[in-house]
Design a protein around this ligand. Structure first.
Ligand code: ADP
Ligand code: MG
Length: 475
């Protein structure tokens, strides 16, 4: 009997079934479809990239054994990955990826069902081993306009975003800078604009990237001598979305390269969308020429949502999750969580988890417990600005003095204490703490933390400072 993809795969399945738990089999193997057998190479179709990664991570050994049993030592496995994200690229719905194939499933040449861009540009998104077809927009389709609830707090930013999506590069909102505090929807809105543009203009190259990743790619490109490729790559984009540009603060090299990319895109009528946790006037350590570019278009703020908006956001989330909750509970949550949309959602997620683990009803009691936890946690996180204010006030100086370059001992100590508390009480990186406290580097911050630790051990007066400040900062 000649072997077919179906027959080979069925044999593999019965072997696999005997070797793993039924639930795992159902989850990870039933959805797979065999599509092709050519020689010793079996192609299977998996529903998503995640699925493929999971198989490679958890079941590759088992798959290998099963395949070798059926096809012999030279057996090869190729995945057809259904791209889950229809916004990722316009044409390819399927990308073929060879199994990572630790022996004896030898790597197979990747076959890509669409023509690869002819120009030999190095694409910084290429993950070694994965063939890259088109520029993936890196957009998350779950962040769209439909589920971005409108309210007074976001109306300007939201409608500016929609205007940009209707005519990318063709409005005066270029760049569009969306700014606002943590968890207020900057990332969501930025994606929504990109997703909408992809819907309306499938041929436009849209790219979403965080500033952190952008910086990393830039650094890598410098190391590997491909800085020009990096710049060219970004200059080809029609709609560039850069998230959290405050992260570029203090990074002169990245700012410089971004400045050139920005100018090129802007001059060519391409759209730039930026988000930041601060208004341009409040951004620190961003070059003036770049800041002035940021102000060319429109800066739109996402403000704290008012009570009605918070209620709608909660209701919207519940509706999407198919969960019912009494108005009383929804109102309670909306009244008590005020500063952050992410936390509003977090409370709902915790409620659902708690209620289903413990088979409990959604009760006001449960809501109170969970809200309590969230509120306490929020209080713990203080900002670096706040720390600098408290420390300078304690030592009777102003923040500018605290940040100054002076070596006067009492000022140095105050600055070191501010760094120490910033490290202890926030999740900010050493580099970013340094940038925010008088433009120091990460080594200086590290040194400050060690010095404070040492002095707390050996110097009574200093220990008192630390204790006093800890109290002031925690209450
Ligand atoms: P930021 O980038 O400003 O820190 P995010 O965009 O990550 O915030 O938003 C945090 C969470 O809150 C996300 O899950 C997002 O979907 C949700 N969110 C924020 N604003 C809204 C809104 N207006 N409507 C619905 N969900 C929102
Ligand atoms: Mg964000």
């Amino acid at each position: 009997m000649t072997k077919t993809a179906d027959s080979v795969w069925n044999e593999c399945l019965s072997f696999i079934k005997d070797n793993i738990k039924p639930q795992a089999y159902k989850t990870w193997f039933e959805p797979i479809k065999p599509v092709k057998l050519s020689g010793e190479a079996l192609t299977i179709q998996v529903p998503s990239k995640f699925f493929y990664e999971w198989l490679e991570e958890h079941y590759i050994k088992l798959l290998r054994v099963a395949l070798v049993r059926e096809l012999g030592k030279e057996a090869k496995l190729i995945y057809d990955v259904r791209m889950e994200n229809t916004y990722s690229s316009n044409r390819p719905q399927i990308v073929k990826i060879p199994s990572s194939n630790r022996n004896p499933l030898k790597p197979q040449k990747v076959s890509v069902p669409v023509e690869v861009d002819k120009r030999e540009l190095r694409n910084p998104f290429v993950i070694p081993g994965l063939q890259k077809v088109k520029i993936e927009s890196q957009l998350n389709p779950n962040y769209n306009f439909e589920n971005f609830v409108e309210g007074d707090s976001n109306r300007l930013a939201r409608s500016a975003g929609m205007a940009v999506a209707n005519k990318p590069g063709g409005t005066s909102f270029n760049p569009l800078l969306i700014y606002g505090g943590v968890g207020l929807g900057k990332t969501h809105l930025a994606h929504a604009i990109g997703v909408d543009i992809k819907d309306k203009y499938p041929d436009k190259t849209v790219l979403y990237i965080s500033s952190e990743k952008f910086t990393q790619q830039f650094i890598d490109s410098v190391k590997s001598n491909t800085r020009n490729d990096f710049i060219h790559f970004y200059q080809m984009i029609d709609v560039l979305i850069i998230d959290d540009v405050q992260f570029l603060s203090g990074k002169a090299g990245t700012q410089d390269v971004f400045f050139h990319i920005f100018n090129h895109l802007h001059q060519n009528g391409k759209q730039v969308i930026l988000t930041s946790d601060k208004a341009p006037v409040d951004m620190q350590d961003i070059e003036q020429r770049l800041l002035s570019r940021f102000k060319w278009g429109l800066s739109a703020e996402l403000q704290l949502p008012d009570y009605e908006t918070r209620v709608s956001i909660l209701q919207n989330k519940l509706f999407r999750d198919g969960v019912e909750m009494s108005d009383e509970i929804v109102e309670y949550i909306a009244k008590n969580i005020k500063s952050n949309v992410r936390e509003l959602e977090g409370v709902i997620i915790s409620m659902i988890a708690q209620a289903s683990f413990n088979r409990k009803e959604f009760s006001l009691e449960l809501a109170k417990q969970i809200v309590d936890k969230f509120v306490k946690n929020t209080k713990k996180e203080v900002s670096i600005d706040y720390i600098q204010k408290v420390v300078s006030k304690y030592f009777d100086m102003d923040v500018v003095t605290l940040q100054s370059k002076t070596r006067k001992r009492h000022i140095v100590q105050a600055r070191q204490l501010a760094m120490y508390f910033a490290k202890r009480m926030t999740k900010t990186s050493l580099a970013s703490i340094g940038a925010q406290i008088g433009q120091r580097d990460h080594a200086t911050v590290l040194h400050a933390c060690k010095t404070v630790d040492n002095l707390t051990e050996t110097d009574k007066q200093f220990r008192k400072y630390v204790e006093d400040l800890t109290k002031k900062l925690t209450f």
